[in-house]
Design a protein around this ligand. Structure first.
Ligand code: GTP
Ligand code: MG
Length: 180
């Protein structure tokens, strides 16, 4: 794999199914911790491009809408979107087990395109909505399914592609205030 990224800005595409938490994660990334920003979230106007500077680096973040129509549009115009991309944030709603196959399928199609056009981008996977009470509501079996799903993801990524996998939830953004 070769090419891409001549630009100094770090271009990140944020992809995944609808309502998986992409915009939430971006708000978090840009340091917005105001609760009303999260509660009032609506589906993303596709794509929403956000420019920001963080820790001395410039970022351009492309926040996509995860509905099928927009996923197909993304795949159709893949070359236009992927130009200069350094990294893909891939967001998965870990609670939405019935959609595991669907999101895996979308990921697979993205990887096939990257391989076809010999483009190497880094991946960060967000196994999102990993809320603590989720595991209280579901027994161990859910954990096993998640582990199997993580293995599927690992197996589909080509060996020369750098990736990281994180378990995330908005509920760990906790502001602790000393009251006495
Ligand atoms: N339980 C739970 N809900 C979350 C978490 N993160 C986000 N949500 C909720 O999930 C819903 C969808 O979040 P968004 O960030 O709008 O999802 P999106 O992937 O940007 O959705 P589209 O733009 O429609 O593709 C919102 O109601 C969020 O409040 C989380 O960690 N746990
Ligand atoms: Mg969104």
């Amino acid at each position: 794999m070769s090419i891409i990224n001549k630009s100094k800005e770090r271009k990140i595409l944020v992809l995944g199914l609808e309502k998986s938490g992409k915009t939430t994660i971006i708000l978090n990334f840009i340091g917005k911790f105001i609760l009303s920003d999260y509660i009032s979230l609506e589906e993303t106007h596709n794509p929403n491009i956000i420019k920001l500077e963080k820790d001395g680096s410039k970022f351009t973040i492309w926040d996509f809408n995860g509905k099928e129509i927009y996923r197909n549009e993304f795949l159709k115009n893949f070359n236009d979107y992927i130009t200069n991309t350094k990294e893909i944030f891939y967001v998965i709603d870990i609670q939405d087990m019935k959609s595991y196959d669907l999101t895996f399928n979308f990921l697979q199609q993205i990887i096939e395109k990257l391989e076809k056009f010999a483009i190497n981008v880094e991946f960060t996977f967000f196994l999102h909505k990993y809320d603590h009470n989720f595991f209280k509501r579901f027994p161990d079996i859910s954990n096993e399914r998640i582990e199997r799903f993580i293995e599927r993801i690992k197996n589909v990524i080509p060996p020369d592609v750098f990736y990281e996998i994180f378990k995330t939830t908005i509920y760990t953004v906790l502001d602790k205030t000393h009251v006495y």
